[in-house]
Ligand binder design. Structure first.
Ligand SMILES: NC(=O)c1ccc[n+]([C@@H]2O[C@H](COP(=O)([O-])OP(=O)(O)OC[C@H]3O[C@@H](n4cnc5c(N)ncnc54)[C@H](OP(=O)(O)O)[C@@H]3O)[C@@H](O)[C@H]2O)c1
Length: 264
C-alpha cells in the first residue's frame, strides 16, 4: 500500500527505541524525512544513523526531553514546519502502594505524560493548520482507558491527554489536521525491560525473572497469546500519519492483543 507520504517531514518525539523507533522506521520506509528526539544521546544518534542508512532518507537526531520547555523550543527551531508529529514519552516508574503517591510524583507524571505532549502539539499545530494538512499521533497507553492501580503515574495523565485530543482534534479537523492516539498494551521493548525492577518493587516481588514473569502472566491475560513487539503497532501509526486516514479524527485505538475487554 502506498502511504502517499514520500517527501513529507516528520518529527518522531521519542524515536530512538521501542514503538517510537519502529514508527520512525515505517515512516522512513515510506520516504519521509525525519527528525527524531530522545533524552539519551548515544542511543538516539545510533538510531538516526541506522534508520538513515537502511532507508536512504535524512534522519536528524535532536537530544530533547519533551517535558522541558527549553528542549521543546530547540526542537521547534530545528524543525518548525513538520507535516507529521509522532509523540511518545516514558512516564515515571510504576508506583507502589497508592497511599504513598505524593503530589510531587503527580506533578512529575503530569509534566511528562500530559504537558509535554500537549505543548508539543500546541507548538506545531499552527503551522499544520496554515499548511492545510497535518497528522499527529500520540503513542500513549491502554491504561488511559483501562485503569491499573500500579500505573497511576502513567494512566491518569494519559486519560487527560486523550480527553484533550478528543476536543482539539475536532477543532482542527476542518483544516486537514488530524490527531489520533494509539493505546498500547503489553509490548516487549527496551522501555518495558527498564521498568521490570520497578514492577517487582510495586508488587513486593523478589527480583527474579521467573518470579516477575509468573506474576506478570497471572495479571495480564492476553487473548492473542503473546506480548506485542513494536512492529505490531508501528504500521497502524504510519497509516494514521498518512492522507489515507483523513476521515479518522480524535480516535483512541487500543493495540493490546485483546487484553482490554470493552466494546469501544
Ligand atoms: N512497552 C509496554 O509494554 C507499554 C505498555 C503500555 C504503555 N506503553 C507506553 O507506550 C509508549 C512507548 O513505550 P515503549 O515501550 O516503546 O518505550 P521505550 O522503549 O522506552 O521507548 C521510548 C522512546 O521515547 C524516548 N523518550 C522517553 N521519554 C522521553 C521524553 N520525556 N522526551 C523525549 N523522548 C523520550 C526514549 O528515549 P530516552 O529514554 O533516551 O528519552 C525512547 O526513544 C510509552 O508512553 C509507554 O508508557 C508501553
Amino acid at each position: 500500500m502506498d502511504l502517499q507520504i514520500k517527501g513529507k517531514k516528520a518529527i518522531m518525539a521519542g524515536g530512538s527505541a521501542g514503538m517510537g523507533r519502529a514508527t520512525a522506521e515505517r515512516l522512513a520506509e515510506a520516504g519521509v524525512e525525519l527528525v527524531i528526539t530522545a533524552r539519551r544521546k548515544e542511543r538516539l544518534e545510533k538510531a538516526a544513523t541506522e534508520i538513515s542508512t537502511k532507508y536512504g532518507v535524512n534522519v536528524t537526531p535532536i537530544v530533547a526531553d519533551s517535558s522541558k520547555p527549553a528542549d521543546r523550543a530547540r526542537l521547534l527551531q530545528a524543525c518548525p514546519d513538520p507535516d507529521i508529529l509522532g509523540i511518545t514519552i516514558k512516564p515515571p516508574a510504576p508506583n507502589g502502594d497508592f497511599l504513598n503517591v505524593t503530589p510531587e510524583m503527580w506533578r512529575e507524571s503530569i509534566d511528562t505524560a500530559l504537558i509535554g505532549p500537549v505543548e508539543l502539539m500546541r507548538q506545531h499545530i499552527p503551522h499544520m493548520k496554515s499548511a492545510g494538512w497535518g497528522r499527529i499521533v500520540n503513542i500513549a497507553t491502554f491504561s488511559a482507558k483501562n485503569p491499573m492501580v500500579w500505573r497511576l503515574m502513567s494512566g491518569p495523565a494519559r486519560s487527560a491527554l486523550i480527553n484533550y485530543t478528543a476536543s482539539v482534534s475536532r477543532e482542527i479537523a476542518k483544516h486537514g489536521v488530524n490527531i489520533n492516539n494509539l493505546l498500547p498494551g503489553m509490548f516487549a521493548t527496551a522501555g518495558a525491560n527498564e521498568i521490570m525492577s520497578d514492577y517487582a518493587d510495586a508488587f513486593g516481588l523478589e527480583h527474579k525473572p521467573e518470579v516477575v514473569g509468573a506474576h506478570f502472566r497471572s495479571n495480564n491475560h492476553i487473548p492473542a497469546g503473546f506480548v506485542g513487539s513494536a512492529d505490531d503497532l508501528a504500521p497502524m501509526a504510519a497509516f494514521l500519519c498518512s492522507p489515507l486516514s483523513r476521515f479518522i479524527v480524535g480516535q483512541n485505538i487500543v493495540i493490546d492483543g485483546g487484553q482490554h475487554a470493552s466494546l469501544f
